[in-house]
Write a protein that binds this ligand. Structure first.
Ligand code: ASP
Length: 323
């Protein structure tokens, strides 16, 4: 029987409603959650760890890096066949992507959580945990990078985003859809994903700012970011990767200060491209020296740029990573 390490790390899966404040807070221990996954001992040997009981808006890059090191130590153990991690859903995609970009292993790493707390009818925590363990023991999950498992659907950490603030199938892959499903405890994959190159990182010193573009915006925020000494900027631009003309001077100043600027789209689907040649259009930005972030949402482009900068990559190398 395969041995799976289950790392409890907070989120709604570990919460219940506190009667005094009438809102959900972290309350359940890993053992209490695990006890609700009845019959799992027939599928896998479980070794449980408690990493934190954090709501995911409290996550920091320092904590995510610690989690990455913690997981790496476990995957390096020959008796552990796979890892399941619980996480709050709000920033889950960022942690999942960070782990995918920093842990070099073919062993399955599956991240899950819950959209409903244990006080709500239809609490989805035990089901998500059970299906995640089924995913971690499946031979077919080997070599697929970090996977996100919710509602019986499997998405790749490199593609997934939280697309709904309340639905049980909140985690979706824009453009392509899930890479697989868990049906009757059996894992079925429908397609492969690209295994991203890994970053070696031991500390995070430089932060990356994220700006969302909107009509008639100017360079005020960009100038502030340059002044504050951020290591990089991600801009969720309009449509195919265009910005209002008044943002161009700020972008130029950032690039002249050797601050990498990644352009992604604020659209939920589609990729960015140098389609437009007018003032602020993608072609003009590319000529200024921005780097396109393909289909990544801003929050994930930020994770990738943060890892690129803090592992000491040059502007040229960063460009290669994003291309
Ligand atoms: N706000 C919660 C968190 O991210 C949501 C959840 O876990 O579903 O911790």
């Amino acid at each position: 029987m395969k041995k799976i390490a289950v790392i409890f790390n907070g989120g709604t899966i570990s919460m219940k409603v506190d009667e005094r404040i009438k809102a959900a807070i972290p309350s359940l221990t890993g053992e209490e959650i695990m006890a609700m996954v009845a019959g799992i001992e027939n599928y896998a040997e479980i070794e449980s760890y408690t990493f934190s009981s954090m709501p995911s808006p409290h996550m920091t890059f320092k904590t995510i890096l610690e989690l990455s090191n913690f997981v790496r130590d476990l995957v390096n153990r020959s008796d552990i066949d796979g890892i399941v991690i619980t996480h709050g859903t709000d920033t889950l995609e960022e942690t999942a992507y960070f782990l995918d970009l920093t842990i070099d292993t073919s062993k399955p790493i599956v991240i899950t959580g819950a959209m409903r707390s244990s006080s709500e009818l239809g609490y989805d925590g035990p089901f998500n945990l059970a299906t995640s363990i089924c995913t971690a023991i499946a031979d077919d999950s080997i070599g697929r990078g970090v996977l996100v498992c919710f509602n019986g659907e499997l998405n790749s950490a490199s593609e997934v985003t939280k697309a709904n603030s309340m639905a049980l199938n909140a985690f979706r892959t824009p453009n392509f859809g899930p890479i697989g499903i868990v049906d009757n405890n059996k894992v079925i994959f429908y397609r492969n994903t690209i295994n991203p190159s890994k970053y070696k990182i031991d500390k995070i010193e430089k932060d990356v700012a994220l700006i969302k573009c909107a009509v008639d915006m100017d360079s005020t925020f960009i100038d502030f970011i340059i002044e504050r000494g951020y290591g990089g900027i991600v801009i969720e631009a309009l449509g195919r990767g265009n910005v209002p003309p008044k943002m161009v001077s700020g972008i130029k100043r950032a690039i002249d200060s050797n601050i990498p600027v990644i352009i992604v789209s604020r659209c939920f689907e589609g990729r960015v491209h140098e389609s437009y040649g007018y003032e602020g259009g993608g072609k003009m930005l590319l000529d200024l020296g921005i780097i396109f972030g393909d289909t990544l949402p801003g929050q994930k482009a930020r994770v990738k740029l943060l890892l690129s900068i803090n592992s000491g990559l040059s502007m040229e190398q960063i460009k290669k990573q994003f291309e």
